[in-house]
Ligand binder design. Structure first.
Ligand SMILES: C[S@@+](CC[C@H](N)C(=O)[O-])C[C@H]1O[C@@H](n2cnc3c(N)ncnc32)[C@H](O)[C@@H]1O
Length: 506
């Protein structure tokens, strides 16, 4: 494995092309607001802000966010040159003006960079060695503005306690049992076969706890690129929340909120109540660590801040009502049960139905206060409405839209359309890029191949079912007529609201 220059991080297998809406500026601002904190997001005069993604992988989130958020000046780094080339190539084809660097985190400390309003890192912290983590903390200390926000996702204990020993044994196997010069992929396959022999032979480790066996099955099934980056870096740094919070204290950061779906949707609060634990009694480090035990959590998505701009309850309510919302899918397809990796949450069926009924016919974002009035939800406690909205946001059903972003949707449209066109064209022969940017929400949405091809045809003037079906037909997709009709009836109206289509649906 060629790991010397990467301090044990896998580099000869590139990473996958995922998108995570939690990194979007508007999502982070909404999560803070829901938790009673403001984030100005931008220079008071120009309205611009600075954003940096560390370890951007293939640059999918990075480019989608840069295209859809014209108020942001985007920076990022990833030391894998294959990743940097892909991210830069995509930016170049779509005309995105961003700074995708190819430095390691230690090297980044010496660069001449601005201070940032947002620093984000997804899937990086637990998989790098101590000196790279130290460099990240130092970067945040030097480069995060006062009032700035850090989004950090990472693996956490105790959820991995059963699997950690097996991963360590398998990692040891890749290091000590392969032939010199073996590629990472064949070393990993060798380690998986080795662990499987132990399991089949009745090794007590597997018999006494089935969870490690389930991880092994996942590894056998999953894409080797993801498996390599998830389990086969030299470092798999698993600690408790309290340890992560302590590390970030060195950069002057304090915990603001969890943006994991299970928290935003209220599952953690429900479970905590059934354990009869009052969160207000607990120090935040103990509280969050306890939550991880309550769920036996494996992965956290957290927001830390350098200084919290705390709102009074009245300010929070007024600002939440000012945020506008759009539907990301047809109202009829929304279920009132939301699943999370740790169990399902039931939405308040009455509030959900009233909100969707009010929002469904709207072709533009509507302020929550207006929606509540239209839906007859202005009287009584606002908290159940806010919780329902937060759950729908966590579930990717609603997206928040802030007024300062709305003013720039013209520029966002042009940039997003350019990127979406590049992505849709690629769909003609590969399915690696599966997301399109929405200039209205500043986020991206996952779109299946036929709909991406319909976008391409739409851009070329196709407006009728026959014209769209003809475009799908040439790609040999099954049932093009049904797809084309569904696109026009269900997809196009939503995409119109989200700014994905250049013109009105026919
Ligand atoms: C698991 S991937 C996550 C990529 C991306 N954030 C995503 O979620 O799709 C971690 C990324 O961090 C990069 N990385 C790891 N160690 C690094 C370091 N010391 N300096 C810069 N980048 C690093 C890797 O090349 C890889 O692209």
């Amino acid at each position: 494995m060629s790991l010397n220059w990467t301090s044990g991080y896998v580099a000869d297998l590139t990473y996958s092309h995922g998108y995570y809406h939690e990194l979007a500026p508007s999502f982070l601002r909404f999560a803070l607001l829901f938790n009673g904190m403001a984030h100005g997001a931008g220079d008071p005069v120009s309205g611009n802000y600075t954003y940096c993604e560390l370890g951007y992988g293939q640059g999918v989130c990075a480019n989608l966010h840069a295209a859809a958020n014209p108020r942001g000046q985007f920076w990022g780094t990833d030391f894998n040159p294959d990743h940097a080339l892909f991210a830069r190539g995509l930016a170049q084809q779509a005309g995105i003006d961003a700074h995708w660097l190819a430095h390691g985190f230690e090297q980044l400390l010496d660069q001449d960079l601005p201070e940032f309003d947002f620093i984000t890192l997804h899937g990086v912290w637990s998989w790098i060695d101590a000196s790279a983590r130290h460099a990240l903390v130092e970067f945040m200390r030097r480069r995060l503005k006062i009032g700035g926000v850090v989004y950090l996702s990472y693996n956490i204990m105790p959820g991995w306690s059963a699997e950690k020993p097996l991963r360590d044994l398998m990692r040891l196997h890749t290091e000590l049992a392969g032939a010199p010069g073996d590629a990472t992929s064949s070393r990993i396959r060798g380690a998986i076969a080795f662990a499987d022999r132990l399991r089949r032979g009745g090794a007590a480790f597997f018999e006494q706890d089935t969870r490690a066996g389930a991880m092994l099955d996942d590894m056998r099934r999953d894409d080797i690129h993801v498996v390599a980056h998830e389990y086969f870096n030299r470092s798999w740094h698993l600690t408790y929340f309290a340890d992560v919070a302590r590390s970030l204290e060195a950069a002057g950061l304090s915990f603001a909120c969890s943006v994991h779906k299970s928290d935003l949707a209220g599952l953690v609060a429900q479970r905590r109540r059934s354990c009869r634990i009052d969160d207000l009694e607990l120090n935040p480090a103990l509280r969050e660590t306890t939550h991880d035990f309550i769920l036996n959590r494996r992965f956290r998505r957290d927001v830390f801040v350098r200084g919290a701009d705390r709102l009074t309850p009245g300010e929070r309510e007024a600002r939440l009502k000012d945020v506008a919302f759009v539907l990301l899918r047809p109202a009829a397809s929304v279920h009132t049960t939301v699943s999370t990796p740790y169990g399902a949450v039931k939405l308040d069926a009455t509030i959900t139905a009233k909100l969707l009924e009010a929002l469904g016919p709207c072709h533009e974002p509507v302020a929550l206060g207006v929606l509540m009035a239209q839906a007859g939800l202005s009287e009584g406690s606002t908290e159940p409405v806010f919780q329902t909205v937060a759950t729908l946001v966590a579930n990717n059903t609603l997206a928040p839209v802030f007024a300062d972003d709305l003013r720039r949707t013209g520029t966002a449209r042009a940039r997003s359309h350019d990127l979406n066109r590049v992505i849709a064209r690629r769909s003609q022969d590969t399915d690696t890029l599966r997301y399109l940017a929405s200039p209205v929400t500043g986020m991206a949405l996952e779109v299946a191949v036929p709909d991406r091809l319909c976008l391409l045809a739409w851009e070329q003037g196709a407006r009728t079912p026959d014209e769209l079906a003809a475009a799908l037909h040439t790609r040999g997709l099954p049932d093009p007529e049904a797809h084309a009709s569904r696109f026009l009836q269900e997809v196009a109206p939503t995409w119109h609201t989200l700014g994905l289509l250049a013109q009105e649906p026919a």
